[in-house]
Write a protein that binds this ligand. Structure first.
Ligand code: ADP
Ligand code: MG
Length: 306
């Protein structure tokens, strides 16, 4: 990009880079982060393409917030302590209004999740945002997908299905009461990565994953990695009061089982471990493979939202 556009990037993205672990931030060839003695780096990257991972008419504030929230969710799922993030931005044009709003949303997420923005890249092309997150883990600990043991309880944080229902609202397929619509849309646009829960579960949960593709799909990854079967009782799924107002209970269950974008954690606890606040036990780990929810769920229905 030309120099003037770089000065724009500088204006909007160079002021979010301060943090405890940051020795050098935006402005040089690399950022430099500091790990404490006895820690190792956990890192992950997520890309969001306009029109694929979010609707083209999303507010840029929400695009900025959500891009970092979604990436941060992977740190939560590992139990990592947030260190910093970098953002690679591909923009069709250097639209200052868009950049200003995007950086406001990003700044809100940077501060909410304690992930200072320490670098990035800026290119021209179809609107695409890649966010890399970095976190710290003790040398001998991590929440992995592969540790679930027969007899463990399967748990989830928060409520499920809200983000999938929000997409139905955005598509004009359902008009909930205004307060419920507001709640559901915020669940989609402003997801809450469960970072504090992740660090609390570290050393206590046997396995964990964040729910980005839907509970059944993501629980399936835990089952496969652990070599066990996860048995989930659909009657136990935590459903928000807003989602409960949807007239078709079967669809609500389908959204909770197969809808993506909730960014809650699904984790397994041994019998001696207490259930953390805000979490729900939804099933158990058995001998076998795959995920059994006792229903013949039509995955396609979940993804198409009707
Ligand atoms: P290089 O050519 O060495 O990759 P760049 O010219 O791409 O450097 O970027 C200059 C500085 O600005 C670097 O420190 C880079 O991390 C930062 N930067 C570029 N784009 C962004 C962005 N979208 N968000 C945050 N920092 C950025
Ligand atoms: Mg570069």
């Amino acid at each position: 990009m030309p120099a003037s556009e770089f000065s724009l990037i500088y204006r909007y993205f160079s002021g979010l880079g301060r943090g405890d672990a940051v020795d050098l931030s935006v402005g040089d060839d690399c950022a430099i982060l500091r790990l404490a003695e006895g820690e190792r780096l956990a890192t992950s990257v997520d890309t969001m393409v306009s029109g694929v991972h979010f609707p083209e008419d999303c507010f840029p504030e929400d695009v900025g917030f959500r891009a970092l929230a979604v990436a941060a969710s992977d740190l939560a799922a590992m139990g990592a302590r947030p260190l910093a993030c970098t953002v690679a931005l591909t923009l069709p044009e250097a639209d200052e209004l868009w950049l200003h709003a995007f950086s406001e949303g990003l700044a809100a997420a940077v501060s909410a999740f304690k992930l200072p923005l320490v670098g990035g890249d800026t290119t021209r092309g179809p609107l695409t945002i890649s966010v890399q997150v970095m976190g710290a883990l003790p040398l001998d600990m991590a929440l992995l997908r592969g540790g679930a043991r027969v007899g463990d309880t399967v748990c989830v944080s928060g409520t499920l299905g809200d983000a999938a229902a929000a997409l139905a609202v955005l598509e004009g397929k359902w008009q909930p009461r205004p307060a419920d619509a507001e709640f559901l849309l915020a669940r989609y646009h402003r997801p809450t990565p469960r970072i504090a829960l992740g660090t609390r579960l570290l050393g206590h949960a046997s396995a964990a994953i964040d729910i980005s593709d839907g509970l059944l799909a993501d629980a399936g990854h835990v089952a496969a990695a652990s070599g066990v079967k996860l048995v989930i009782d659909p009657a136990l799924l935590p459903i928000s009061p807003a989602l409960r107002t949807y007239p078709d209970a079967g669809q609500v269950t389908r959204w909770a089982l197969t809808g993506g974008d909730d960014y809650e954690l699904c984790f397994c606890l041994g019998a001696d471990q207490p259930l953390p606040a805000g979490c729900t036990a939804i099933g158990r780990v058995e001998v076998g493979e795959g995920v059994d929810c006792g229903l013949d769920v039509d995955f396609a229905a979940g993804y198409q939202h009707f």
